[in-house]
Design a protein around this ligand. Sequence first.
Ligand SMILES: *Cc1c(COP(=O)(O)O)cnc(C)c1O
Length: 371
Amino acid sequence: MSDAKLQSVLSCLSQLGRQLDPLPSMTAPDANCIKLNTNENPFALPSPVMQSAVAALERQYLYPENDNIGLREAAAKAYDLSRDQVIAGNGSSELLGLIYRAFLAPGDTVAMMSPGFSFNRKLAALQDAKFLEIGCGELQSLPIEQLLFGPAKDAKFILLANPNNPTGTFVPIADIERLVAQSDRLIVVDEAYVDFAPDSALRLINRYSNLLLLRTFSKSYATAGIRVGFGLGHPEIIGRLRNIQNVFNMNVISHAVGVSIFSHRPAYEENHKHIRDERERVSATLTQLGFSVTPSQANFLLARVPAGRDGIWWQTSLERKKILVAVFPDKGLKDCIRVSIGTKAQMDAFFEAVNDILRAESSRASAVKPH
Ligand SMILES: *Cc1c(COP(=O)(O)O)cnc(C)c1O
């Protein structure tokens, strides 16, 4: 059926808009599944934080606070920075998008440590920019020479996550400092998982104007559904990002919850300890079951599956048992699954499913053995 009006509208798309296919709708997820695929933190909010969210609902008729000023001031106080060094985002993914928009013109290059957070590939495509992946292997160490003098030297900015996603590996802050000190490009360090890790690059912010840190409350403060993230850096850069940000990018609930979390961070200590302890238990158990697990400083584990099957096979087999895990298209990760650390009960259910699958596999193997 030819639709002349639609054809006329589509002909007005920009070159970039024409390159993008219409996105098909996803199937709604099965609410009965145990979600270990997107690194959420499964615990309830501390009660004072919950109370602040409920109280914020009474301001539902008002626009949220302009310029996120109260939230930015709370963040500045907590991180010992000035408010001009802080931008607040509807999750840190919004802030990543602003960085791409501010720094990349069509044809420009951005470099990311690889394997890395795949959302960045999409953001580069939206700017019609080249996405350069600098491989660092599974046990990540920072290839500083390559970043400074290799093909990445023309990148408009360099991005790495620390701890990294999907590996969970952690680069010592001294290595990051060497990179930031020697480079004259913006180095974006995405610290989405920093609260599960031993150290942070926060102390470098006042020393290096080319360092930009991203933080999020999604993973470590159990607010993935509320959307609170921060960018920390030089006021000249932060102020420009704020200037291209949408007005009212957050809402009264995300503001109230964000401010309240900054006043109740000790209430999360048990949460973070549980996840670190459980991470070690899950790692040990998976190793016993024949998986090869990358040491992680985040709230997830990258596990190479036992020989004979690939990651997608395991993902599908686990999904039949109502457990969701993540897999990755990157070469080198085809035999891996990424498992988020949930509650003890969730992880026990995961082990039960893995054991069932392994038992079915071994009886299948003995059934096909020649007699
Ligand atoms: C989850 C994640 C984010 C995005 O977090 P939001 O604040 O929820 O948008 C950013 N970077 C990395 C590496 C992540 O894993």
